[in-house]
Design a protein around this ligand. Structure first.
Ligand SMILES: Nc1ncnc2c1ncn2[C@@H]1O[C@H](COP(=O)(O)OP(=O)(O)OP(=O)(O)O)[C@@H](O)[C@H]1O
Ligand SMILES: [Mg+2]
Length: 292
């Protein structure tokens, strides 16, 4: 083992040092993902810390971080590599200009003309120590891309016809996230460890706010977290995540308020509720859950 993860608890502490609080279940899944290693599929609603976990892991362990953001229409070429046509063209011009015309050996398909995509970069960076590869929001990509990814995860090798096969020294640590816009295939799930990331408990969320926004007084932080939990119980179209709880606490503090009164909530509602119908809905409850 050439990077330091010896126990679940130690990993939890390392993450806390970079201001990420993982509960036992999440830390165990992450520990196994790094240790076995095996890709970890993280599912959960928006704003529960799925993407941030990968960044935190790389920072906590001092490993390189690579992110592939998925979207509809993403194809394997973009994820893998492309040739840098501009550089190739400039090289061609240069060769022509210097009289190295036809007949001369001009290799325009060598590594200096390669633009690596995130997947290739993750392999290149995984030499002695693994890179952390975040494949973010895979449910947004098409099924064809998911099928391609399955192959990539099977052997972590990329073959470039002009250059040969690129294999990493060690396999990267792979975290895949999904908001479940669509269900991922069983074949992919079989290849991965799985963890459902839920909203944290009140105490855990409070601890996160205290850690990330230390300037917010403890009483105010608690009131904000309680209010955010109340908002989540309203069945809004866009539920506030941990990021919204943090932003709300910071905003109230920045305005110089000490407490979350209904008037303060009204003034700052746009920080935490970001959908018109939801705003109406919250207003119509007259902030009953916020009046403290
Ligand atoms: N466990 C945690 N510890 C510390 N901070 C956290 C934690 N979970 C979430 N956060 C904070 O909440 C923010 C939002 O988290 P993140 O963007 O990772 O959510 P997500 O699950 O990827 O959401 P989405 O599905 O919308 O992309 C983070 O930037 C971080 O500030
Ligand atoms: Mg995310």
């Amino acid at each position: 083992m050439n990077f330091e993860v010896t126990s679940v608890q130690q990993l939890q502490e390392q993450l806390a040092r970079v201001r990420y609080l993982a509960d036992d279940g999440l830390a165990t899944a992450l520990f196994l993902a790094a240790r076995l290693p095996q890709p970890l599929l993280l599912e959960g609603v928006s704003g529960v810390g799925k993407s941030e976990l990968a960044r935190a892991l790389s920072e906590a362990l001092g490993l390189p971080f690579v992110r592939l953001q998925c979207y509809e229409g993403l194809d394997s070429r973009e994820a893998l590599y492309d040739w840098n046509y501009l550089r190739q063209l400039l090289e061609l011009r240069r060769a022509e200009g210097s009289g190295q015309g036809a007949g001369a050996e001009l290799n325009l398909f060598s590594s200096q003309f390669l633009s690596p995509g995130p997947l290739l970069r993750a392999l290149q960076l995984s030499e002695e120590r693994p890179a952390v590869l975040l494949i973010d929001e895979l449910d947004r990509a098409d099924e064809a891309f998911e099928a391609f990814l399955l192959e990539f995860l099977a052997d972590f090798a990329i073959t470039i016809p002009e250059l040969g096969t690129i294999r990493p020294g060690v396999p990267p640590i792979v975290l895949i996230t999904s908001n479940r816009i669509r269900e991922l295939h069983d074949a992919l799930k079989r290849r991965c460890l799985y963890h459902w990331v839920a909203y944290p408990s009140l105490e855990q969320e409070l601890a996160i706010v205290r850690l990330r926004a230390p300037e917010v007084p403890p009483e105010l932080a608690r009131a904000v977290v309680e209010a955010v939990r109340w908002l989540r119980s309203l069945d809004l179209q866009k539920q506030p995540g941990i990021a919204e709880a943090l932003a709300w606490a910071r905003a109230i503090r920045a305005l110089g308020h000490e407490a979350l009164t209904p008037a303060v909530a009204e003034q700052t509602l746009g920080v935490v509720v970001k959908n018109r119908d939801d705003v109406e809905r919250v207003r119509s409850t007259a902030f009953s859950g916020l009046a403290r």
